[in-house]
Ligand binder design. Structure first.
Ligand code: R5P
Length: 291
């Protein structure tokens, strides 16, 4: 029997297939049947290694369904494999890593317990929103950066005097890493989000250094698109040239993509942690390397 099984959930089939090919590992597929009440019945096809299994499953919408699938796959793998590693390319709930308002549940703490309870001894994620979230996991953790892969694609655009911009201070380190890889400068805007309504405002005032330059807005994720829309509208007023967006996880909920384009973004580039129109950067190579 193969030394290593790659078990794929429905949300990350493409990544899992590519990883298993690169690693010449056995791919175990899952079939999902949804009952009338919404419950999932998951059936695996293929042999699970007694030594080590890697479960690959992103937790994007439907978030809770994909989460229970991930936990179920880990639990099943653990019945056979002595070691089970969870690869969660997009980690849903990662933004719920602290109690912002009194009484809020830090869901990342709950997930840590669930992943350990299901049988995972390690979790590997890609560009997690913040490392604080992983700090709640009582198992080994590894965060992989997709920035070199994103930069590779941005380079092909031949930008004029590029400047990397984070839409908020929380993303400053990310922008710094991106700029270093690209060989450019970076800045971080001041963003304020209303914790009750979710509405976003850009607090930065004038920004002379963006005029006549091509800009790359860098973020870990786009959900409603609010952060990118507000940042782009502000930057356009500062007379910049083109605005590009590079992000790892493009959820692009509802009409986010349309609103981002309307705000003046020339191109959105994201990775295949979440499959979609903009997900042109493949991260299977970096996952295979880390495994
Ligand atoms: C927030 O700090 C994150 O890094 C993203 O900027 C944010 O989650 C994006 O969400 P939305 O697209 O809804 O503004």
């Amino acid at each position: 029997m193969s030394e290593l099984s790659i078990i794929t959930g429905k949300s990350s089939y493409d990544i899992a297939r590519r990883v298993s090919k690169k690693m010449k590992a056995n791919l175990v597929r899952s079939q999902i049947r949804v009952f009338a009440d919404g419950e999932s019945k998951i059936t695996l096809s293929g042999k699970i290694s007694e030594r080590k299994s890697i479960v690959v499953q992103s937790i994007y919408p439907p978030v809770d369904t994909n989460l229970i699938h991930a936990l179920s796959l880990i639990s099943k793998a653990k019945e056979t494999s002595s070691e089970v590693i969870a690869v969660i390319p997009y980690m849903g709930y990662a933004r719920q890593d602290r109690e912002f308002l009194s009484g809020e549940i830090v869901t990342m703490k709950v997930l840590g317990k669930l992943f350990r309870g299901a049988g995972a001894s390690k979790i590997i994620v890609v560009d997690i929103h913040s490392k604080i979230g992983l700090g709640h996991f009582p198992i080994k953790t590894k965060n992989i950066s997709a920035i070199p892969e994103l930069v590779h694609h941005i380079r092909d655009l031949n930008l004029k005097d590029p400047l990397v911009i984070s839409p908020d201070q929380g993303g400053k380190e990310r922008a710094k890493e991106f700029a270093k890889e690209l060989g450019s400068e970076y800045i971080a805007l001041e963003k304020k989000r209303d914790r009750k309504t979710g509405k976003v405002q850009i607090k930065t005032k004038n920004l002379g250094e963006v005029a006549n330059r091509d800009l790359i807005l860098v973020d870990d994720m786009i959900s409603t698109g609010g952060s990118i829309v507000k940042a782009t509208q502000f930057l356009k007023k500062q007379k910049c040239r083109k605005v590009y967006v590079a992000c790892t996880h493009a959820l692009l909920m509802n009409d986010a993509e349309k609103r981002i384009r309307k705000a003046g973004v020339a191109k959105i580039i994201s990775t295949n942690t979440i499959p979609g129109k903009t997900s042109i950067v493949d991260i299977s190579k970096i996952i295979a390397k880390v495994i």
